[in-house]
Ligand binder design. Structure first.
Ligand code: INI
Length: 155
């Protein structure tokens, strides 16, 4: 049985964070970096790239993944329904773009973009009563790196 271990080891992580709603994405980023550090990541092997909004996240993630410099990419963003009439376009574009980038590159690209109806729900998911989705995304990245290494027979 293959099961991902939650130990970051020598893995190199790229994080892509959206500046839109950055009062919340900064909290997701803090949560992600804290989770990486507490799972033993070499923080010198962690790179953070900021981009304008969630819609732009997949392209930055794909470039980072294609560079060969990272074992996993963690995408962080917040899309709030009340904020725009084109909520679905941004949310669906970000999610499908991330899926495509991961499948195209073979590098795990983790969806840490939260979609909510209200700002309150976004705050709840970024370090208050519903946990921190950035931290969850970081743990998923650590797990995926280890699962894929085992699947590839490298570990
Ligand atoms: N980007 C977000 O990350 N979250 C949002 O809620 C959002 N809203 O509401 O519009 C948003 N829009 C910007 C979008 O991601 C692009 O940056 C923009 O459309 C330029 O391509």
């Amino acid at each position: 049985m293959i099961e991902g271990r939650l130990v970051a080891g020598d893995a190199r992580f790229g994080l892509v964070a959206s500046r839109f709603n950055d009062f919340i994405t900064k909290e997701l980023l803090d949560g992600a970096l804290d989770a990486l550090r507490r799972h033993g990541a070499d923080m010198d092997a962690v790179t953070v790239a900021w981009c304008p909004g969630s819609y732009e996240v997949p392209l930055v993630a794909k470039r980072m993944a294609a560079s060969g410099d990272y074992d996993a990419i963690i995408c962080l963003g917040v899309v709030i329904r009340g904020a725009t009439y084109h909520f679905e376009i941004v949310a669906n574009g970000a999610a499908s773009g991330i899926t495509r980038a991961a499948m195209d590159t073979g590098v795990p690209i983790i969806l840490g973009i939260i979609t909510t109806d209200t700002i309150e729900q976004a705050i709840e998911r970024s370090g208050t009563k519903a946990g921190n989705k950035g931290a969850e995304a970081a743990v998923a990245a650590i797990e995926m790196v280890d699962v894929l290494r085992q699947v590839d027979g490298a570990d």
